[in-house]
Design a protein around this ligand. Structure first.
Ligand SMILES: [Cu+2]
Length: 397
């Protein structure tokens, strides 16, 4: 009796807690509405906590309702039995519940695609990006077909073959044909998808400029905690060599200034690239693993210390054209680091601007060389001492 009382009081407490939460949510909602009305802004007033609280409350209420309905049905069932009538057929009820779950689940999947489907990927703004998207959609459509078929079969079978006293279950210990079908069919489909992906990836990573094709524009991007450094080749179109042992306060990329190609290398704040020109992004890291990520160009590659990597791509839509397309004059392409590389990882963001060839040349002529007067002085100093400046990285080796 004591235990029953405790259980009952727990239920009461849960009920009170649910209603308090509902009341608080209502109050918050009113406060948010009032705040939105007073500030008179067009931005929707969204409170993540409030939304989460609302859905948790909704879930708790649904659980309560299901529990209460279950109890009522149980009492009804017992009453029927006491009166000598047929008991409720719970197998039929569960079977129908499976069908309801199937319809509700299918509608949920449809809703997800129609409402949030457009958020999957922004429009591709590079040549290979279109191929990646084709691959992505082919895989999505194929897996969706399998998903729909298996869900329909699963829940319809649960309904169709629900327990019945009139029917005896058929024991099927082994069937080679079924085994073959469900092993070979997915294997073939997956092999086709993998081969498709392999050829697409091969085309993307084939970074050698073909004969007669104009050379790609080489741009160095170096990640360190917590920023990206950009280096453009000067008039000679070639980037000078780098060496991590040369990294110091005035030569942060460790550029080897004994290499004549490095004299005119330029430093830049924004990754400006000309439209419809092949860009070879040379990716470096100085401390930990970072990752170059440019979602609009479908570019993503790790930046690994000691292992320079590269990604060749051709942008197809200028920033100006994209601003018109998305109807947002503040739109910018971005280069992120999408490897959680430390406390201020979120700072590793660079604006990428796709411009016309003329605009690119005009911009390039305004960039400053890495070989600054200070650096020239420092290098001269180092030459006099007969040694290069030591640094932490060099000391480790
Ligand atoms: Cu990073």
């Amino acid at each position: 009796m004591g235990l029953k009382f405790l259980l009952r009081s727990k239920k009461m407490l849960s009920l009170v807690a649910a209603f308090v939460l509902l009341g608080t949510s209502q109050l918050f909602a009113q406060a948010t509405d009032a705040a939105a009305a007073t500030t008179a802004t067009d931005a929707p007033a969204d409170n993540g906590l409030l939304t989460a609280g609302y859905y948790i409350l909704l879930f708790v209420i649904v659980c309560f309702v299901v529990g209460i309905v279950g109890k009522i049905l149980r009492v009804f069932d017992l009453t029927q039995q006491i009166q000598g009538k047929n008991p409720m057929n719970w197998h039929n009820i569960m079977g129908v519940c499976c069908l309801i779950f199937l319809v509700a689940g299918m509608y949920g999947a449809y809703w997800e695609f129609t409402v949030q489907g457009a958020m999957i990927l922004p429009e591709s703004a590079s040549v290979h990006g279109v191929k990646i998207d084709e691959m992505f959609w082919t895989t999505t459509v194929l897996t969706m077909i399998v998903f729909v078929i298996t869900q329909i079969l699963l829940f319809t079978f649960l309904f169709r073959y629900r327990y019945s006293e009139k029917r005896r279950g058929h024991f099927l210990p082994h069937n080679n044909t079924i085994e073959k079908v469900w092993t070979i069919a997915p294997a073939i489909v997956l092999t086709i998808l993998v081969i498709f992906g392999f050829f697409t990836w091969q085309q993307i990573t084939n970074t050698v400029d073909a004969k007669g094709e104009p050379a790609s524009i080489n741009v160095d991007v170096t990640g360190h905690q917590f920023a990206w450094e950009l280096r453009y080749p000067g008039a000679d179109g070639k980037l000078g060599q780098t060496n991590y042992k040369l990294v110091n306060a005035s030569n942060k990329l460790g550029i080897n200034f004994k290499d004549k190609y490095s004299y005119d290398d330029l430093q830049a704040d924004t990754l400006v690239i000309p439209v419809r020109k092949s860009i070879k992004l040379n990716i470096h890291a100085q401390d930990v693993i970072h990752s170059v990520y440019m979602p609009h160009f479908r570019v993503q590659l790790n930046a690994v210390p000691g292992l320079p990597t590269y990604f060749k791509f051709t942008p197809t839509i200028t920033t100006r054209e994209m601003r018109a397309k998305v109807d947002d004059q503040t739109f910018e392409y971005l280069l992120y680091c999408n490897k959680i590389c430390g406390g201020a990882h979120y700072n590793m963001k660079k604006v990428v601007r796709v411009v016309t060839e003329a605009e690119y040349q005009a911009w390039l002529s305004q960039q400053k060389p890495y070989l600054t007067d200070q650096l020239k002085k420092d290098l001269k100093f180092a030459a006099q001492k007969g040694t290069t400046q030591q640094n932490r990285l060099a000391l480790n080796n």
